[in-house]
Design a protein around this ligand. Structure first.
Ligand SMILES: Cc1cc2nc3c(=O)[nH]c(=O)nc-3n(C[C@H](O)[C@H](O)[C@H](O)COP(=O)(O)OP(=O)(O)OC[C@H]3O[C@@H](n4cnc5c(N)ncnc54)[C@H](O)[C@@H]3O)c2cc1C
Ligand SMILES: NC(=O)c1ccc[n+]([C@@H]2O[C@H](COP(=O)([O-])OP(=O)(O)OC[C@H]3O[C@@H](n4cnc5c(N)ncnc54)[C@H](OP(=O)(O)O)[C@@H]3O)[C@@H](O)[C@H]2O)c1
Length: 578
């Protein structure tokens, strides 16, 4: 249903889909860098509150797996984390606090889903037009903006269970990302599907309250010893009172996490790194889990080809008599249980799906229509067999549009928040000429996008991520060509992403023709120029020989200017667009 009352379409310079780490990073950074008022940005989120991942995933045991010293904003370090790996509610409270500090909450519309984004190529007022569905009233409306950011995350579409008969089940079915706290598991027979990061957190958290828990597993995961611990009051005091302590802590955690990068490539030194890590993980898994489950748990594939799981009591809880672990294939869901391949039925009152998310597919993102009426989905399926973006952020034909934590930004070893901040910083550097009024539209070139993506896929082919022997959410196989596509992970170090986000290659971008409006010199520069020319004139007036020197200097300067221009330092835009 469309709103009849809508007369004038509201406009803000920025709009952002999502209010998780990405959206908040954007809202804070436009203020920190460019003093842009929060009233210039409008956020939309289909959730009822701030937090994204951390408001959506409320399953028992949900917590981060990268220490929060690094899994938090670099510009809002927090000395008060209660644990190294704090739970979801603490992460959500942190995000809410940051959003409030930057006055972003009044700029957020919750329970509203952006259902379409369309580029309006008007010569005088090019802009994005969003179609918004109010999930409470079912009314649609529009919103327009100059710059559109998608901070819509990568884990928002729960993967449907690939076992037939789910609709026939008589009890509650709960996906980890749609946890229903009104369902009591007390004395219930529970069947859990999956054994990734999510299941490894859920199972130890719910086991004691259930009557019995059967966990149906399929692929394996490398499980590392726990890294979580309470932060002592002394450590908190030190972090809060010692100048630079949180920065130092972040720096140390960054390096400890980034050390794992050494194991992702296919070089001999990376192989020996993986072999050492593998010995450590295998020893830990075998000494902690019951022996009867070792064949179901310990992977044969290379360490690193899936995101590692830090144990949070999972392997230990497998000793309980209340749990049965099975890797038999579930073939059908029945009204009161699950039929297995060998014909037996595992009785169940509740089904818990920890079977992951839809990844590597363009369909998880809303329809975004760029120049020429092409959708983002068409762009992805026509050019490459899966999601991709220039520097993980931009797509040719989608001007003034940026994906935050976009394709190929995920990592197997470190914090997504770093990549998110780098992506925000990158986009804000790219649009700087527009913010200064020297252009209104910016688009990445087709060639730059294609070359970047080919480099990424080639580099990924030389990593364990794209291993043939391991099945993970990082990769998908194109049904027609058989080509393996990894639209999820970044093939290089995070230091490289930071560098690439800082060094904008001007030649890869096309700015609109209004770029001809040259940058006006600042006040300080003008004052300096006036004083310097006054001094120079006085000197020239006193000394006749200086006229020759002045002419020579002038000719040198004239020669240097074209060189600067070819480097892209003098002129930013080359072609016009709207
Ligand atoms: C359970 C879980 C644990 C994780 N733990 C870690 C971890 O420890 N370390 C790590 O580095 N990463 C972790 N991740 C990855 C995590 O998703 C990122 O770290 C980060 O939170 C992503 O933030 P984001 O803002 O980009 O997206 P999200 O947090 O996913 O937020 C996206 C928001 O966009 C909204 N949205 C999407 N589409 C629309 C639309 N069309 N209209 C309106 N709103 C929309 C969603 O409702 C959501 O609120 C975890 C993921 C999960 C699922
Ligand atoms: N902070 C954290 O600790 C944390 C917590 C949760 C999630 N995460 C993030 O979210 C990502 C996704 O984690 P996830 O655990 O939700 O998903 P996941 O890693 O994709 O794991 C899902 C598991 O369920 C299995 N599965 C699917 N269908 C099944 C079936 N019918 N029968 C048996 N098993 C089945 C999958 O096996 P197949 O591989 O064979 O399909 C897979 O092993 C993580 O990699 C991580 O980045 C982080």
């Amino acid at each position: 249903m469309s709103s009849d009352k809508e007369t004038e379409v509201p406009f803000t310079q920025f709009a952002c889909i999502g209010t998780g780490f990405s959206g908040i990073a954007l809202g804070a950074t436009i203020q920190r860098w460019y003093s842009i008022s929060p009233s210039s940005i409008q956020f939309f989120d289909s959730q009822p509150c701030v937090g994204g991942t951390w408001s959506i995933n409320q399953y028992p045991g949900a917590a981060c797996d990268v220490p929060s010293a690094l899994y938090s904003f670099s510009f809002e370090r927090n000395p008060n984390w209660t644990r190294f790996l704090p739970p979801h509610d603490e992460l959500r409270a942190y995000l809410t606090k940051v959003a409030e500090k930057y006055n972003l909450v009044p700029r957020m519309k919750f329970n509203t889903k952006v259902t379409k984004a369309e580029w309006i190529p008007s010569p005088t007022n090019p802009r994005w037009r969003l179609t918004i569905l109010d999930l409470e009233t079912n009314l649609t409306s529009h919103h327009e903006c100059q710059f559109l950011f998608s901070g819509s995350g990568q884990f928002n579409s729960p993967r449907p269970l690939d076992v037939p008969g789910l609709d026939s089940f008589q009890g509650p079915v709960i996906h980890s990302a749609r946890w229903d706290h009104s369902v009591s598991l007390h004395d219930k027979k529970v069947v859990v599907f999956g054994n990734g990061c999510t299941a490894a957190q859920i199972v130890p958290s719910i086991l004691s309250s259930t009557a019995h828990l059967t966990q149906i597993v399929r692929s394996k995961h490398w499980i590392y010893p726990p890294v979580d611990a309470k932060v002592s009051p002394f450590a908190k005091k030190l972090l809060a009172s010692m100048p630079g302590a949180t920065l130092l802590q972040r720096f140390i955690v960054y390096h400890l996490a980034e050390a794992d990068w050494a194991g992702f490539t296919l070089t001999p030194s990376a192989a020996s790194f993986r072999s050492r890590r593998r010995k450590m993980a295998e020893k830990y898994m075998k000494t902690t889990a019951p022996e009867k489950y070792h064949p179901l748990l310990v992977p044969e594939f290379e360490i690193g080809c899936k995101r590692r799981v830090f144990d949070s009591g999972y392997l230990e809880c497998l000793h309980s008599e209340k749990i049965t672990l099975t890797n038999d294939k579930a073939v059908e869901i029945l009204p009161h249980g699950v039929k297995m391949a060998d014909g037996r039925v595992v009785e169940a009152d509740v089904l818990v799906l920890a079977n992951g998310f839809e990844t590597n597919t363009p369909t998880t993102l809303l329809p975004v229509v760029g120049t020429g009426g092409h959708t983002l989905q068409e762009h992805w399926s026509e050019t490459f067999p899966g999601p991709e973006a220039y520097n993980c952020t931009s797509l040719h034909g989608f001007p003034n549009f940026f994906l935050l934590w976009g394709p190929n930004t995920a990592t197997g070893h470190t914090s997504a928040v770093m990549a998110i901040e780098n992506g925000v910083n990158f986009a804000l550097r790219v649009i700087k000429p527009c913010l200064e009024g020297r252009a209104s539209v910016v688009d990445v070139t087709e060639q730059a996008e294609r070359e970047f993506v080919e480099r990424v896929q080639e580099a990924l082919g030389k990593t364990v991520f794209t291993s043939e022997t391991c099945n993970s959410w990082y990769t998908a196989r194109d049904r027609e060509t058989g080509r393996v596509w990894n639209g999820m992970t970044y093939p290089w170090s995070q230091a490289r992403y930071w560098w690439d986000c800082m060094m904008i290659k001007k030649g890869d971008w096309v700015y609109s023709s209004s770029i001809v409006k040259r940058r006006r010199p600042g006040l300080w520069f003008t004052a300096f120029a006036v004083m310097a020319s006054g001094g120079l004139l006085a000197w020239v007036g006193k000394n006749p020989n200086s006229r020759l020197a002045l002419a020579l200097a002038g000719s040198r300067f004239a020669a240097v200017v074209p060189v600067l221009r070819t480097w892209g330092l003098g002129v930013i835009g080359r072609k016009g667009l709207n």
